[in-house]
Design a protein around this ligand. Structure first.
Ligand SMILES: O=C(O)[C@H](O)COP(=O)(O)O
Length: 248
């Protein structure tokens, strides 16, 4: 059996302030670091032995992964970073408060921007200081691949080549790997793995730093998936994420 664990980063400073983050590189809060420690302890207790890890170019995911691996005494395993696992790019919404945006444009519009499969927020200008075109970390990315905004569909389109061409082939030699990424980039992977419809993916909300385990047979056919943790608590955390985009 093969196992891939997906984990969203711990609480970030902008999660705490309820701001759209996307590709903005914000740090974890103390609570976020604690959440990552808790996840690492849990994974260790359950006997996971990751052989490789994958994460994004954004520090909230990188640092979460480091804390998890440290808790598991697995600091030494190979870690591959890729821009393809970055969060969905939130365009002009990046930096805005989600509840205030809902007060201004309505809960329904914010739900479309956050969760619809194919409607992106307004794009950033290429020369906006927040644009990835202005950020040296993306200098090796083909310009045609760099987003100025994204719907989940666009996020899925840039993640799937990485899933299919890097992670799946790696699973020929590894039995257990971990992917530390973001709410929406992971929703994209989960949509693909579980064949979730464009309509049903709207209601999937991932809590921060809760390990989500996917078990596969040797041919990478999905056998089962489950969160590690108390189901009631996880349900409450998911509802809280959903409510972040509602007017107060
Ligand atoms: O980019 C963000 O703001 C968060 O990582 C995910 O936000 P969402 O739950 O509003 O999509």
């Amino acid at each position: 059996m093969k196992r891939v664990v997906l984990i969203r980063h711990g609480e970030s400073k902008w999660n705490k302030e309820n701001r759209f983050t996307g590709w903005t590189d914000v740090d974890l809060t103390e609570k976020g670091i604690e959440e990552a420690h808790k996840a690492g302890k849990y994974l260790k207790k359950e006997g996971f032995q990751f052989e490789k890890a994958y994460t994004s170019y954004l520090k909230r995911a990188v640092k979460t992964l480091n804390v998890v691996l440290d808790e598991m005494d697995l600091d030494w395993i190979p870690v591959e970073k890729t821009w393809r696992l970055n969060e969905k790019h939130y365009g002009m919404l990046q930096g805005l408060n989600k509840a205030e945006t809902a007060e201004k444009y309505g809960d329904d519009q914010v739900l479309i921007w956050r969760r619809s499969y194919d409607v992106p927020p307004t794009a950033l200008a290429k020369d906006d200081e927040r644009s990835p075109f202005q950020d040296p970390r993306y200098k090796d990315v083909d310009e045609k691949d760099l987003p100025l905004t994204e719907a989940l569909k666009d996020t899925v389109e840039r993640i799937l080549p990485y899933w299919n061409e890097t992670i799946v082939p790696d699973m020929k030699k590894y039995n257990e790997v971990i992917v530390a990424a973001h709410g929406n980039s992971l929703r994209g992977i989960i949509k693909h793995l579980k064949n979730i419809s464009d309509e049903d993916i709207v209601s999937l909300n991932l809590p921060t730093a809760v390990p989500y385990v996917f078990e596969f047979d040797d041919d990478m056919n999905l056998l089962k998936d489950y969160f590690l943790g108390d189901p009631e608590e996880i349900k409450k955390l998911m509802e809280a994420v959903a409510n972040q985009g509602k007017a107060k």
